[in-house]
Structures are given as structure tokens and as C-alpha cells.
Design a protein around this ligand. Structure first.
Ligand code: NAD
Length: 485
């Protein structure tokens, strides 16, 4: 039995590039180290694609597209469903790899794997519902058809915070539509993305239809986006990188779907179930150690219930169990990489210097690995950086408000528009915040947003396009009109 504080040891998968159906080792290539954020140990080395590897992936995607677009949607769906079944069968070992390289608690990694399988099943069926239409013509001898076609080979870029769901959403929708894919997942968490590619390979996906590369992100994205083979770009990550890739895609006249950062406001009204709101917000704020673009960050509480909410929220937060994600007791794992620890430390120091009060946490934990105490700040002035910059870590700000107008103005103040939340028992208030919050996803008395059958995406600087739901497949299709006499 494992005693408290012992490191959890676990074997880590060998890492490859996956190009044209071939699993390519790192020999002779540059590599970068993969760390276990719970211990700081190097657990593997991910191979970097050379330019020749990228060109081979592009050539394979081009060939793969020619084959896959002619494969009936029914047959494509069979492959995607088989891959989903394999992901479910292999969920436990893959989830353990995910936790090892990303840090999140094992129960979250299991949930992520199940959700990724859901995306493959959902898009398998959506691919069979790509309908066109016939439009009545102005002349009797003319027949007018509108139909949807796969847009072409896709360059996709997925981050490290959801190493299973973010690649799955992109790959599943693109493949269901009949596109081929070259994907660059996050170099920090390569084993999970490779396990997804392995499931598709084992499910019978023809070679070249999916290619997985790693390396220096800016070199790979520029090379892929500029290639005439690529017809569509999809990126999940930060606003600055989204802007850069959008500019590159714009220059190449290629459509891009962007899922970027957020700074989610929460409006807790006096008529809400305060205990339930505090419990749900503590669980959701610190889920994934706060490294989730939907993470509730600015918690605005009506003044009459501010103190009772705050004390309950602090108590719920302080009760969370921190530790190595592989420990079954753990609810909050480490921060995933040193960049996030530095960013959180800087935001907390700045808020303190601006006069904020630290009501919970506020410090790095003195143990191996990258652990930061779940942190709650109050009395944070509007000019503090944390009121503008996405923390993307275990850090929440709580502030009082008096009127709904004041709360909505604060909620909509930032250029972000990804997720927003409200807690109220009033139907009138719920309707108003649903209408007036500027966000692509709004949770009212609820925070579960990552569901395959619903659209996932932001507005304003948080990006454009939707990745789930009936909308998710549309960005991988183009429209063709055929007029025939
Ligand atoms: P970052 O801006 O360095 O990178 C964000 C992501 O983009 C990473 O996955 C990275 O590998 C990738 N990337 C960076 N440059 C790229 C390029 N030129 N081409 C293609 N991909 C590129 O930030 P980070 O430290 O890795 O992550 C923290 C920030 O990223 C947070 O502030 C958060 O806003 C954002 N983020 C958002 C999401 C999301 O779900 N929307 C996910 C992960 C990270």
C-alpha cells in the first residue's frame, strides 16, 4: 500500500510520430523532455518532426484525403465507432498515462477518456447526417442541387490541458466529414494523443488519413498552414497564439476554427441556493487545477449573501485533497508545467501588491512537483492584473455586487467571451442573464459544458466556430451548388 508522500511510479509509453500509418521513433531527431508534474521527473522524450517528416505527413494527408472522401459515410462511421469502442476498452491504461503526463486527478482523466469516446460516436453519426438540398428552379429544365463536401486536409493544433478531448473533438469531426488530418498535439502530453491515434489505426483507419506530429510549435504551424495541401485550420490554445495562426491562415485564405482563452464570470444572486453554488464552484474552479478555459474565475456575489457564500466557498476549497493525480484520494493535482506556476505566482504577487486579501491558499506547496494551493482572493482592485488576464490555474477572485446591471457590466467588461455562469432561483433573472451575458457558453445553476452533443466555443476574443454538437462538423464541410439542365 502506498503511504502518504511516496511518489507513485508508473511506466510511461514510448513516444513516436505517426505519419502515413507508420510509427516513427525519435532516433536521429531532436526530442524534448516530457515531465511528470507531480514529481518533476522526466518520464519520456517526444520526437520532433523534421521538415521532411512534415512534408511526408502532408503528402500522406493529401493521398489519404483522396481515398477517405470517397469512403461512404456509413463506412467512415464504422471506423470511428470501432475507435470509440477501443478507447473505452483501453480507458484505464490511457487515463493513467494522461494523469502521469498532465497531472490531473485520475477520476478526471477517466472522465476525459469516456468523453473522448463519446465524441467519436457522436461524430460517426453526424457524418451520416450531412444533408444537401434541392432548390426549385426558375426554369423547368434546370435542376439545382446544393450539397456539402469535405473541405480537405486539416491542420489541427491541440493543447496540453485536455490531452484526450481536444484532439478527439478535432479528429472525430474532421474524419466524420471525410477530411484527412495532420495534428500537432501538445508536446507536454504526447502519449494520450498517440493512444487515440493508435485506437484509430487499430480500428482500420486507412494509412495517411491521420498523421500526428510534434516539434517546435511555430515551425510546424507555419509549415502546415502555408502548405497548399491544407484547406482548413483548427486551433485550441491561447489568444495570442490564436491571433498569430488566424493571421497566417488569413494570409493563406484558409478558414480557421479557434477555441481560445477565457476569464469566466459567475453571478451569484441573493435568491440562489448558496451552499449548492459554493460547492459546485469550488469543484469546478479547481477541476483540472484551474487549467480549463471554462474555469469560473471572477465570482461576483450579491452583497446580501456575500459573506455566507464566501465562508462556504473557502471551506469547500480548503477541504479539497491535493496530491499526485494517480493517488485515488486526490481531487486536485499539480499545475501542469512551470510556465503556469510562474504565471500564477506573478498574478498573486501583483494582486497582493494592489491590496488584495488572500482568503485561501496563495502559495506554492513545498514538495517535489508543481503544486500550488487552491487560492481565493478578495478586495482585488479593478486594475490588478488578475482582473484582466486569464489565470489558467487554481486562482479565483470573489467580489460583491449590488444590482444586476452592475454585475452584467462587470461580467461583460473583458474582451473574453467563452463561458459564464449564474446562480439564481428566479426565472426572470435567469432569462435576463442568459440573454445578456456575452459568452459562447452559459451555465445557469450548472457548470457541465463539455458534452459532445452540444456546441462548444466562444465569442469575442475567445474565438469563433463551434466544435461539438450539430455545428461541430459544419466547419469541415464546404458548400457546392450544382445547376444542371
Ligand atoms: P501558449 O500561448 O504558449 O500556448 C498555448 C498552446 O498553443 C499550447 O498548446 C502550445 O503548444 C500551442 N502553441 C504555441 N505556439 C504555437 C504555434 N505557433 N503554433 C501552434 N501551436 C502553438 O501558452 P501555454 O503556456 O501553453 O498555455 C497557457 C495559455 O494557453 C493560457 O493562458 C490559456 O489561455 C491558453 N490555453 C487555452 C486552452 C483552451 O482550452 N482554450 C488550452 C490550453 C491553453
Amino acid at each position: 500500500m502506498q503511504s502518504k508522500g511516496d511518489p507513485v511510479t508508473e511506466p510511461y509509453d514510448e513516444l513516436f510520430l505517426f505519419i502515413d500509418g507508420e510509427w516513427i521513433e525519435g532516433t536521429g531527431r531532436d526530442t524534448s523532455a516530457v515531465f511528470n508534474p507531480a514529481t518533476g521527473d522526466v518520464i519520456g522524450h517526444v520526437p520532433h518532426a523534421r521538415q521532411a517528416d512534415l512534408d511526408r505527413a502532408l503528402e500522406a494527408a493529401d493521398r489519404g484525403f483522396a481515398l477517405w472522401r470517397r469512403t461512404p459515410a456509413y463506412d467512415r462511421a464504422q471506423v470511428l465507432r470501432r475507435a470509440a469502442a477501443l478507447l473505452r476498452e483501453r480507458a484505464e491504461p490511457i487515463a493513467r498515462q494522461l494523469t502521469l503526463e498532465q497531472g490531473k486527478a485520475l477520476h478526471e482523466a477517466r472522465y476525459e477518456l469516456a468523453s473522448s469516446a463519446d465524441y467519436f460516436e457522436w461524430f460517426a453519426e453526424e457524418g451520416r447526417r450531412v444533408y444537401g438540398r434541392t432548390v426549385p428552379s426558375r426554369r423547368p429544365e434546370v435542376h439545382q442541387r446544393v450539397h456539402k463536401e469535405p473541405i480537405g486536409p486539416v491542420a489541427a493544433f491541440a493543447p496540453w490541458n485536455f490531452p484526450a478531448i481536444t484532439p478527439s473533438r478535432k479528429i472525430a469531426a474532421a474524419l466524420a466529414a471525410g477530411c484527412s488530418v495532420v495534428i500537432k498535439p501538445g508536446e507536454e502530453c504526447p502519449a494520450t494523443a498517440l493512444a487515440i491515434a493508435r485506437a484509430l489505426d487499430d480500428a482500420g483507419l486507412p494509412k495517411g488519413v491521420l498523421n500526428v506530429v510534434f516539434g517546435v510549435p511555430e515551425l510546424i504551424s507555419r509549415h502546415l498552414i502555408e502548405s497548399p495541401v491544407i484547406r482548413k485550420v483548427s486551433f485550441t490554445g491561447s489568444v495570442p497564439v490564436g491571433r498569430l495562426l488566424a493571421a497566417q491562415a488569413g494570409q493563406a485564405l484558409k478558414p480557421i476554427t479557434l477555441e481560445l482563452g477565457g476569464h469566466a464570470p459567475v453571478l451569484v444572486f441573493a435568491d440562489a441556493d448558496i451552499d449548492a453554488a459554493a460547492r459546485l464552484l469550488a469543484a469546478n474552479k479547481f477541476r483540472g487545477t484551474g487549467q480549463i478555459c471554462l474555469s469560473p474565475t471572477r465570482i461576483l456575489v450579491q452583497r446580501t449573501v456575500y459573506e455566507p457564500f464566501l465562508s462556504r466557498f473557502i471551506a469547500e476549497t480548503q477541504a479539497l485533497k491535493l496530491g499526485d493525480g494517480l493517488d485515488p484520494q486526490t481531487q486536485v493535482g499539480p499545475v501542469s508545467n512551470a510556465r503556469r506556476i510562474e504565471a500564477i505566482a506573478a498574478l498573486v504577487a501583483d494582486a497582493r501588491a494592489c491590496g488584495a486579501t488572500v482568503r485561501a491558499g496563495g502559495e506554492r506547496i513545498d514538495r517535489p512537483g508543481l503544486f500550488w494551493q487552491p487560492t481565493i482572493l478578495t478586495d482585488v482592485p479593478a486594475h490588478a492584473k488578475v482582473m484582466h488576464e486569464e489565470p489558467f490555474g487554481p486562482l479565483a477572485v470573489v467580489r460583491p455586487f449590488d444590482t444586476i446591471d452592475e454585475a452584467l457590466a462587470e461580467a461583460n467588461r473583458l474582451p473574453y467571451g467563452l463561458a459564464a455562469y449564474a446562480f439564481t432561483e428566479s426565472a426572470r433573472t435567469a432569462l435576463r442573464v442568459g440573454d445578456e451575458l456575452e459568452a459562447g457558453m452559459i451555465g445557469i445553476n450548472h457548470a457541465q459544458m463539455i458534452v459532445c452533443e452540444l456546441p462548444f466555443g466562444g465569442i469575442k476574443d475567445s474565438g469563433h466556430g463551434s466544435e461539438g454538437g450539430a455545428e461541430g462538423i459544419q466547419s469541415y464541410l464546404h458548400t457546392k451548388f450544382i445547376s444542371q439542365v
